[in-house]
Design a protein around this ligand. Structure first.
Ligand SMILES: [Zn+2]
Ligand SMILES: [Zn+2]
Length: 150
């Protein structure tokens, strides 16, 4: 993990990282893109569009604009839809994910919190039937989190 990533509490390095990601994806640095990506970098759990808007407060672009920015990031692979919960999509940065596989998400059945399990190693499913091509594997885990597991 790079030094930039470790220092993300600092507003300046957030901005730097946002600019780096946009540059690497060959995307123009527009205000909504900078804001939305900044909100995703500032959190370490997946967040919904509403949470992105809440995080940005008065600075938030309208919902359609947030949605367009997310679509654009997903298209470039820098943001992933982590999971759906109560029909709401939650997004996160696409780092720590390979092309075919994201890290699993663990949802606690007691407190309902969902966390990223970034160090899990899960083999890609093997399908012997012909005609299926796996493009992406998403794993969802359920159980008790450390707080509820006493
Ligand atoms: Zn819990
Ligand atoms: Zn995650």
């Amino acid at each position: 993990m790079s030094a930039v990533e470790k220092e993300t509490h600092n507003g300046y390095t957030h901005k730097q990282k946002v600019a780096e990601l946009l540059k690497a994806a060959k995307l123009r640095q527009t205000h909504p893109r900078l804001a939305v990506l900044g909100a995703l970098i500032a959190t370490n759990t997946p967040i919904s569009r509403q949470q992105i808007a809440d995080t940005l407060g008065d600075n938030a672009p309208d919902k359609v604009t947030i949605y367009r920015a997310l679509e654009c990031f997903m298209d470039k692979g820098i943001v992933h839809q982590a999971f759906l919960k109560d029909r709401t999509a939650y997004f996160e940065l696409g780092h720590n994910c390979s092309k075919t596989q994201c890290h699993p998400h663990f949802t606690c059945t007691s407190c309902k919190k969902t966390v990223c399990i970034k160090d899990a190693k899960i083999p890609l499913a093997e399908i012997s039937d012909q005609g299926f091509t796996i493009k992406h594997q998403k794993v969802e885990l359920e159980g008790l989190c450390p707080d509820c597991n006493d």
